[in-house]
Design a protein around this ligand. Structure first.
Ligand code: NAG
Ligand code: NAG
Ligand code: NAG
Ligand code: NAG
Ligand code: NAG
Ligand code: NAG
Ligand code: NAG
Length: 913
């Protein structure tokens, strides 16, 4: 460490604007640099062979005072033997409350019978922070799909079964319930080879493994945000289980509402649920289809997702290192010149003055040229969304020129998270020592809203992109205490692109770049070695290991709980890279301690990735395939780090061509996708889907994760390997007569049930298939979502084996949170007749221009139509044209005259003869 610091000290440091960061590893303050980015180590219990087994040590509970009614069960639970205090203090008296909440939902709650005033939040998660459903009126055991049964022998245990079949879905029989202040455990027996899905967020197989621990604790790895099989940024303690039998399946769901650190141990025939605080607040939903479970979970429990604005579905570009407005304009022009849609441009930290929220970076992002830039952008129907991090820089108290009015306003409003009663909690984030708004107090919302509005007066931004909204801090504890005079400090590690550091330039390239670009690969590899030699990885003082914390009667140890969860960050400590669990909220008397900040659990269909990769360099092939794949993800954004090569979609001719093709498809499908989001919003339906959800009776699909569906109608088979010109995929439903049409040729695919069919996939081509039985509303792609929305309508009708199809379309203004007019259009095709059924008042004056039908067996020669109350007329001839394509494809064109009052202004019928 010392040698390294001296070496850095001798090298020139580039200082441009004031105030600037000190160099990556500041001289004279090695204490912060070395101690800050790690925390004492602990051994997680799941990796400690000497850790006691609560199932062997603890006595469980006995139920008494049991009241069973037709709406549920209540009882007292009393510890059934001597306290075990295995990882905390046993709670000796508990209450049980079981509710038949709706036909498909049952809740089981077990919580301390006596709550100490001021300490409730340690056990009870407030419904204002995380939704908590109530029973629906009139719901009883008699009309419930689920049944709760219990036994007191040898101690209290329970089962939840499916009423129709008696099948047990959740089963604690044979195990004890453990309830301590810092450790809760419940074990359920599972069927061998069980299929469970969910328990987000973690990068791992779709179907969860059977020897696996899912830990829940918000965290991410700065060097590699794609660490497999570990805890991630968010916590969703919910799983979907599917059981196959006799050629069909039934599914149910389990949600454990809890915001504390957790380990879920998945073993061959049990799942063990452990949490280090809170209570058992369990919800079971009965499905019985996978889609039913998801909708019951979202619509019934955690609330359905918001409907994104229409423009959120366009394509966005960002990069850390866009230096100024001119840079942004160059990128926008690059997309326009390449004929690739660009909906929005985003800024990473570059636009801010030394990374401080609600500021402008002088000399780079000045307000006046910014206004000209934004006026031009908005006139072109495009959007600007800069980054926003939830941390507020603390100005240096000894330097008057470091004033930061944003900080002052939050402090004045008492809007920040505290470190006990004495001070704010000072962690480290991008700008240096920082505080965080405490969003559970209303003044934090007031502070935030004021800042948004004030900044908007200066800069006409269209939204913020929220960065690291999990509670991250790059030092241990309230590390800025007494050190604020050092601000602005650099984060205690080199940031990508920092000059004179081991991460100044990222020389990594994708797999097989050594084959496609051998010369470049060789020179990158030697440059990487010289950089590594010049700037060796700093020595890090080993982290002290803390032994297991023993449970002390009456003592709760928030920072080192006696049961150590398996947080994946080096050292496993709960203090690593987060706001410490003993930081305090700011509501009322500053001692109502709450364990950790957690965010609401929601269904999040608006999802996307850093297309072409954030870290490391992209190459032509990787970026091309990734632009194709991400075109199906609702958030479609290309983003990379500042120490890598440029990777905008127009940088390689092949990538540009592939992107134009796929993006035209994406934009033409916006009405379909927006309708899916509407269904997600009103009913908890999904946008991207597993094949297993659409075809729940096909057991072969239970682990398919390399193909997916967009809504019910489109099957996507992406290429996920380098140097491939083909890709393999399955086609579900064939045994039952499902027909799949190639998106491009509209020809039915020929494949056998279960066949892993090889599909042509040259680099510019993404295989897409349309499910027979679907009607897909389409508008030809414009250069933005706004111009796309002005294109005439088309329908793609893919017929099923009976010559029928259905579809739907939802319309509103695409921007209002509560639109004052909406429109729903039901689309159906049967007996050679297309029918629409329109409801709602939203006005859309665009005509229906074309109807394309795939799989039509007869060869019609005439079209009759009626629109509104105009009566049946022959439309072929003047008002419509018929054209037969290859195979069984029919194109009906020129319908715009007949529907010029607006395709959906009235019901429409179109008969082919
Ligand atoms: C903590 O909060 C309780 C309940 O509001 C209050 O009675 C008590 O005085 C507070 N203790 C301290 C040390 O502030
Ligand atoms: C489960 O995983 C652990 C740790 O990876 C391993 O030691 C053990 O052998 C595995 N057990 C089975 C049954 O596969
Ligand atoms: C914008 O940044 C680029 C570096 O990316 C620089 O070359 C250029 O001079 C800057 N332009 C303005 C107007 O500041
Ligand atoms: C939080 O815990 C840390 C580490 O155990 C300790 O140093 C700090 O004083 C605690 N803070 C408060 C406010 O209790
Ligand atoms: C290229 O790298 C891959 C690993 O990415 C390796 O398997 C392969 O052998 C290398 N090929 C050549 C020609 O060096
Ligand atoms: C790799 O090769 C491709 C195709 O020859 C070329 O377009 C591209 O610029 C090369 N990439 C790099 C980083 O040299
Ligand atoms: C919590 O546990 C750690 C590690 O065992 C110990 O160092 C610390 O003193 C304990 N804190 C309290 C408040 O008991």
């Amino acid at each position: 460490m010392l040698a390294h610091t001296i070496l850095l000290g001798l090298l020139p440091v580039v200082i441009a604007q004031q105030p600037q960061y000190p160099p990556a590893f500041p001289l004279g303050r090695p204490t912060l640099a070395s101690a800050a980015n790690y925390a004492p180590s602990v051994t997680p219990n799941v990796a400690d062979p000497t850790a006691p087994n609560a199932q062997e040590e603890c006595p469980g509970y006995k139920a008494s005072n049991v009241q069973e009614t037709n709406t549920g069960v209540t009882a007292d639970l009393t510890l059934a033997g001597p306290v075990c205090s295995v990882y905390g203090n046993d709670i000796e008296e508990l209450s049980l409350s079981v509710e038949y909440q709706s036909q498909n939902r049952l809740s089981v709650r077990i919580y301390p019978k006596y709550l100490v005033p001021g300490n409730e939040s340690l056990y009870i998660l407030s419904p204002t922070l995380t939704p908590q459903p109530d029973a629906e009126p009139g719901c009883t055991k008699a009309n419930s799909d689920l049944v709760f049964t219990w036994s007191n022998t040898p101690s209290f245990q329970f089962q939840v079964s499916r009423a129709s079949s008696g099948e047990v879905l959740f089963d604690t029989y044979g195990s004890v319930i453990v309830f301590e202040d810092q450790f809760l455990e419940l074990v359920t027996s599972m069927k061998p080879e069980y299929n469970i899905y969910g328990l987000a967020e973690s990068l791992r197989s779709f179907r969860l493994p059977h020897n696996f621990t899912q830990t829940f604790w918000n965290a991410y790895n700065l060097d590699n945000d794609q660490e497999l099989n570990v805890n991630g940024h968010s916590v969703h303690p919910m799983y979907l289980e599917t059981r196959y039998a006799n050629g069909s399946s039934q599914s149910h769901g389990f949600y454990a509402r809890n915001a504390h650190g957790q380990d879920w141990l998945l073993a061959a025939e049990t799942v063990t649920y452990r949490t280090i605080g809170g209570s058992f607040d369990l919800y079971f939903v009965s499905g019985p289809t996978p889609k039913g479970v998801i909708s019951q979970y979202q619509a019934g429990i955690v609330n359905t997702p918001v409907l994104p604005a229409y423009w959120h579905l366009g394509f966005h570009q960002v990069r850390w290192s866009y230096q100024n407005w001119t840079n942004l304009q160059e990128v926008i022009d690059g997309y326009a010149d390449a004929g690739i849609q660009l909906e929005g441009i985003m800024n990473d930290l570059d636009y801010l003055q030394v990374n401080r929220d609600f500021t402008d970076n002088p000399g780079h992002y000045d307000i006046r040229p910014g206004k000209e830039f934004l006026d031009r952008l908005h006139a072109a129907g495009q959007y600007y969304m800069p980054i926003l991090d939830p941390n507020i820089y603390v100005p240096n108290p000894n330097n008057a020129s470091d004033a930061y009015p944003t900080y002052d306003r939050g402090a004045e409003l008492q809007a920040y998270i505290r470190n006990g009663n004495d001070s704010w909690y000072y962690g480290v984030e991008w700008p240096g020592f920082s505080v965080w708004p405490d969003f559970i107090v209303p003044q934090a919302q007031q502070f935030w809203t004021e800042q948004f509005l004030e900044f908007h007066q200066k800069l006409d931004y269209d939204g913020f992109w929220l960065d690291v909204s999990d509670a991250d801090s790059f030092c241990t504890g309230s590390c800025g205490q007494g050190l604020l005079g050092e601000n602005p400090i650099h984060v205690p590690f080199a940031l990508p692109g920092d000059p004179n550091s081991s991460v100044a330039v990222d020389y990594r390239y994708p797999e097989m770049f050594n084959v496609t670009n051998a010369t470049e690969a060789a020179s990158a590899s030697s440059a990487m070695m010289s950089q590594a030699a010049a700037y060796p990885t700093p020595l890090v003082t080993p982290t002290p290991t803390v032994g297991r914390t023993l449970a002390t009667p009456g003592v709760r140890n928030l920072t080192f709980p006696p049961y150590a969860i398996n947080n994946f960050l080096p050292g496993h400590s709960l203090l690593k890279q987060v706001i410490s669990p003993n930081a305090t909220h700011n509501d009322g008397p500053y001692n109502s301690t709450e364990y950790a900040l957690q965010f609401s659990i929601v269904g999040i269909p608006y999802f996307g990735v850093e297309t072409c990769g954030f870290n490391g360099n992209a190459d032509l092939e990787l970026c091309t395939r990734w632009m194709q794949l991400s075109a199906w993800f609702p958030l479609y954004r290309n983003h990379n780090n500042r120490n890598t090569i440029a990777q905008e979609a127009y940088r390689w001719a092949t990538t540009a061509e592939a992107t134009r093709r796929i993006m035209n498809i994406r934009y033409s499908l916006l009405p379909y996708t927006y309708t899916l989001f509407h269904k997600a919003n009103v009913a908890g339906e999904t946008v991207l889907r597993a094949l297993a959800w659409e075809f729940p009776d096909e057991e072969d699909l239970k682990a398919v994760e390399t193909q997916f569906m967009s809504g019910p109608s489109l099957l996507i088979t992406p290429v996920l390997t380098p140097l491939a010109t083909t890709v393999q995929g399955v086609f579900p439903g064939l045994a039952n007569g499902t027909i799949w049409y190639d998106w491009y040729s509209l020809q039915a695919i020929s494949a056998a049930p279960g066949e892993n069919k090889t599909l042509a996939a040259p680099l510019e081509h993404q295989p897409i298939h349309v499910r027979g039985g679907s009607i897909i509303p389409i508008q030809q792609a414009g250069n933005t979502t706004a111009t796309s929305r002005k294109m005439p309508w088309s329908l793609l009708i893919a017929l099923d084996k009976n010559g029928e199809a259905v579809g739907e379309l939802y319309l509103d203004d695409g921007i209002s949170l509560a639109p004052n007019a909406t429109k729903n259009v039901e689309l159906s095709y049967a007996n050679n007749t297309l029918r629409t059924s329109v409801s709602g008042q939203y006005e859309d004056a665009l005509p229906l221009a074309n109807v394309t039908i795939a799989g039509i067996k007869s060869r019609p020669h005439a079209v009759y139509g009626q629109h509104g109350n105009h009566g049946w007329k022959t439309w072929s001839g003047g008002r419509a044209k018929l054209m037969h394509g290859d195979g069984d494809v029919l194109f009906v064109t020129g319908l715009d005259k007949a529907t010029q009052s607006g395709a959906w202004s009235a019901n429409l019928e179109l008969r082919l003869q």
